[in-house]
Write a new protein. Sequence first.
Length: 145
Amino acid sequence: MATKGSIFNKIENKAAYKVPDKYFDSLPEKVMDSITASEKSLQAKKNTLVKLKHIFAYAASIIGIIFISYLGINYLTSNRNNQLISENDAIEYLTFYSGYFDEESIIENMQETNNTPSFKEDESEIIIHYLIEEGIDELLLYNEL
């Protein structure tokens, strides 16, 4: 223990740290300058964020308008095959309203509008085979086609 005591005796009651002369005279000014600089930096960041916020809002609006326009144009130009009625619905309609039209009025209407029925090749082959099975003269049928 004697050695410890002698070590402590050698160390005088000195302050562990020494402050430079007139350090505290200029400290408040340095602190205020630092605070002002950080406030200016913070204000500049806020202004930048506000500007970016507006830019992103405009960009999102433009993207939204373009997307909605694309969907609208795509909807308007798409093939609307879902509007076709089924064969059973057509037969039911024709059966129900058969008293309102006859074969002559249908032919007249087709001639006026210059619409001729169009069949796919598969459908026309089916129709030709059906007519031949029903006893229609093949020569007459091919002359009509």
